[in-house]
Design a protein around this ligand. Structure first.
Ligand code: E4P
Length: 218
């Protein structure tokens, strides 16, 4: 399973890219709004210089013509840009046209397997089921991921499943178990994925034993 970073913060992206573990980035209007004083297209352009993989940038328009206009502008920034489009009838008709032009779409705000099926039919390159937000309303987000993976597998859809709205490392583990292609994770969750108390204790012990040996030799 690939790991993308779910942020519009270039410092976080730079750090995670240095760690060598991320192969793409997803943003959304909320994440971009946190980067005060920065121009949207400028942020996306900079991210594309750091990560040479898919970088999702979301449209704001709700009508197909507006979505198409924004999508073409975003796609012109860099060949790695993937346009994020909500799963609405207008959104999916834009996805179909964009697919014909070679512009990849990440269909977002997916909360059911049937929405994902429609997105795949329209030619989406990616679908993003929002796990955490489904959990928040007392349903099981991972059930939706499981259904989507099964359906795409049944019919050989090439659309990739991005487990999104990830809140903790267990979400990442479950997504990997179920066969999601990608998990897009906030920086905080990526940091948590590294941690294990036995790793810390192991390093301490190795360093202490090494220092002791050096002392005994001197
Ligand atoms: C993914 O593409 C979305 O940007 C993101 O995962 C949404 O996460 P949230 O539910 O924590 O806002």
């Amino acid at each position: 399973m690939e790991i993308y970073l779910d942020t519009a913060n270039v410092e976080e992206i730079r750090k995670a890219a240095e760690w060598g573990v991320i192969s793409g980035v997803t943003t959304n209007p909320t994440l971009v709004s946190k980067e005060r004083g920065r121009d949207f297209h400028g942020i996306i352009k900079e991210i594309c210089t750091i990560v040479r993989g898919p970088v999702s940038a979301e449209v704001i328009s709700q009508d197909a013509d507006g979505i198409l206009r924004e999508a073409r502008d975003l796609a012109a920034i860099d060949p790695h840009v993937v346009v994020k489009i909500p799963v609405t009838p207008e959104g999916l008709s834009a996805v179909r046209i964009l697919a014909g032009e070679g512009i990849r779409a990440n269909v977002t705000l997916v909360f059911s397997a049937l929405q994902a099926l429609l997105a795949a039919r329209a030619g989406a390159a990616f679908v993003s089921p929002f796990i955490g937000r489904i959990d928040d309303i007392g349903q099981e987000g991972m059930d939706v991921v499981e259904d989507i993976v099964r359906i795409f597998d049944n019919y050989g859809f090439g659309t990739k499943v991005i487990a999104a709205s990830i809140r903790h490392p267990r979400h990442v583990l479950e997504a990997a178990r179920l066969g999601a292609d990608i998990a897009t994770v906030p920086f905080r969750v990526l940091e948590q994925m590294f941690r294990h108390p036995l790793t810390d204790r192991g390093i301490e012990r190795f360093l202490a034993d090494w220092a002791k040996m050096r002392e005994e030799r001197n």
